[in-house]
Design a binder for this molecule. Sequence first.
Ligand SMILES: Nc1nc2c(c(=O)[nH]1)N[C@H]1C(S)=C(S)[C@@H](COP(=O)(O)OP(=O)(O)OC[C@H]3O[C@@H](n4cnc5c(=O)[nH]c(N)nc54)[C@H](O)[C@@H]3O)O[C@H]1N2
Ligand SMILES: Nc1nc2c(c(=O)[nH]1)N[C@H]1C(S)=C(S)[C@@H](COP(=O)(O)OP(=O)(O)OC[C@H]3O[C@@H](n4cnc5c(=O)[nH]c(N)nc54)[C@H](O)[C@@H]3O)O[C@H]1N2
Ligand SMILES: [Mo]
Length: 656
Amino acid sequence: MKVTEDEKIETRFGACPHDCPDACSMLYQVKDGRLTGVRGNPDHGFTRGRLCVKIKDFEKHHYNGERVLYPLRRVGAKGSGKFERVSWSDALTEIGSKWRAIIEKYGAQAILPYGYAGNIGVLNGMNAGDAFFNKLGSTIPEKTICASGTLSAQILTVGPTLGIDPESFAHAKYIVLWGSNTLSTHSHLWPFILKARHNGAKVVVIDPYRSRTAAQADWHLAIKPGTDGLLAMAMAQVIIEEGLHDEDYVDRYTNGFEAFSERVASFSPETVAETVGLDADTIRRFAREYANTQPSAIKVGVGLERHPQGSQGVRVIDCLPALVGAWRHLGGGLSQMTVFVPVNMDLLSRPEWINPNSRILNVIHLGKILTGGLAIDPPVKSMFIWNANPAVHLPDSREVARGLAREDLFTVVSELFISDTADYADLILPATMAAEHDDILTSWGHFYINLNQKAIEPPGEAVSNSELFRRLAKEMGMTDPHFSQSDEQIMRNALDWDSPLLQGMSFETLEKQGYVRLNLPSADSYVPHAKGDFPTPSGKCEFYSSRASHTDFVAPVLRQMCDRPVADEIDPLVGFPSLIKTVDTKKTGSLQLLSPKSHAFLNSQHANEARKIRAQGPQTLLIHPDDARVRELSEGNNIEIHNENGSFQAIADLPP
Ligand SMILES: Nc1nc2c(c(=O)[nH]1)N[C@H]1C(S)=C(S)[C@@H](COP(=O)(O)OP(=O)(O)OC[C@H]3O[C@@H](n4cnc5c(=O)[nH]c(N)nc54)[C@H](O)[C@@H]3O)O[C@H]1N2
Ligand SMILES: Nc1nc2c(c(=O)[nH]1)N[C@H]1C(S)=C(S)[C@@H](COP(=O)(O)OP(=O)(O)OC[C@H]3O[C@@H](n4cnc5c(=O)[nH]c(N)nc54)[C@H](O)[C@@H]3O)O[C@H]1N2
Ligand SMILES: [Mo]
């Protein structure tokens, strides 16, 4: 802690808790016990002192008058959002007695924990409740909400690698932002891209619409949704046919090349052009430029996996850098998710307590799980939700709302605000915001681990998620010492300081700097896969995956997220046997809706801040003028968008 004498302003290290690859290192400024400001930490090598529109007045979010300050119990009908204040002790007693009754009648499997990434802290994030629920023996939620498809693709092809250092993008000569709206969702990568561009790099964005990022690109390829895998196959066909691939790299450091080249042979640009929505010449030119301009770097976002077979498409993309030998060069290769860092997940989550007979339910089907649309026994009788807003973040939200409205479903929600999900709670428990608790935060978009220090006292009776689970454990009679560890103890043990990636560092380094950079060569010299060394079973980039045919391939980090791709459904060979089916909008008369991230909100967060709502503007639907014309729509019309699952209203926005 630093104190400036004249102003009596204390500074503490902060770390942005949002589920964002940038995971900014920050400085909290505190005066007289009050958070007066939040600044970016200028010393951090990736985030470099700049904060985004969502966070730069984070102190206001802390003091938002709508914060949940006390435990609340429902008084009105479910979903009516009417609550009264109760004590913590009453709330805990009620949870304990309801759960004991449910366990006695239906077993602990009738309880479904639901934590997600509202906070990505090691202590307070989606795994905060693992140990508690493993001990309780509840159902295990499979959380394939965000990037499971992309991660699975990465693991199958190049293995759980950190990939190239995102800072090394500065050295690339050809940058492909593939289904990533980088300027809004990974904005601290942008300065490195600008640096590359200053040195002559070309920036290509592949996105069905002209996103903020696409608008800044040198070349925007407006692909049809869900067809990226086909584009990548056609690129590979051109590259192989024209001999532009790096034969030596392919021979030494990949496997399955022959089968792959046979598979892509029939995917010429002409064959895929109509489905992909790009003309054959454009595809050919893109393939040649990508292969011939080295170092080339690809950043893959989550947009691609939002479509049927999307992650199978990501596998093809993940093989392109090996095909052209991009990995040989500084700044060449692929950056996907940098999640493979030395966190002691087993110590935190205690997987040895998992009841081997526990069922796993994929929460993507929550609506059906709750309403009886999926045959499950026992039924889910209680949900415990933290860091998550499933009423808005899941598909089939109408069914989810119907499920949450069940009078016999005992729902407890730990929240900062009364979210759309908390509206349906029987009990709401008040949670702390970032400056009110300690934590360690990893990133999925850079090579640093950040420390977040408690800077101010929590408002009302808010408690951190880690304290919440200590209280629940006590209520449920769990006496294992695991549940009496302090946050400081958990933090000190949370990272594997013996890992080579943390060599020479300690918790004290974290306390001194507010962050640690993984012990890897600098971004100006790190070339991770110049000589293969992929963390796959063969050590190579796998066109033919030796993992796909085994059911036990899931890397430990994925197991902790409870992402379990079903291995026997995965084709071991990268790519598709034939053209994939896409929605034939001409035939159905329908359109395909994309719902990417908002610039000024973080998923559903900050959508209750007037300044952010102003920055974001009203809910619009960007629609192609041709599609608008046949529907007789003009700019500014109020429209309803619907399908068989639901509807929403928006203002028509027609690009010029
Ligand atoms: N249509 C559409 N749906 C999507 C997406 C999309 O692009 N379009 N994106 C998907 C993706 S990628 C994701 S990751 C998910 C995100 O979905 P969520 O993880 O649900 O996203 P958030 O809105 O960030 O956070 C959820 C809640 O956590 C609460 N929260 C924050 N910090 C804390 C804390 O410390 N303690 C407690 N107890 N609560 C806290 C917040 O107040 C918020 O209500 O949504 C998915 N759903
Ligand atoms: N400002 C802001 N930043 C965020 C978030 C936020 O809510 N707001 N959320 C955070 C989270 S949880 C995540 S997971 C990341 C995600 O960050 P991104 O990976 O950028 O995710 P999205 O914005 O959902 O989608 C990226 C782009 O993919 C495009 N897309 C959709 N379908 C396709 C397709 O079939 N092919 C191609 N090529 N593109 C397609 C969309 O139009 C969109 O522009 O952002 C994080 N950062
Ligand atoms: Mo996400």
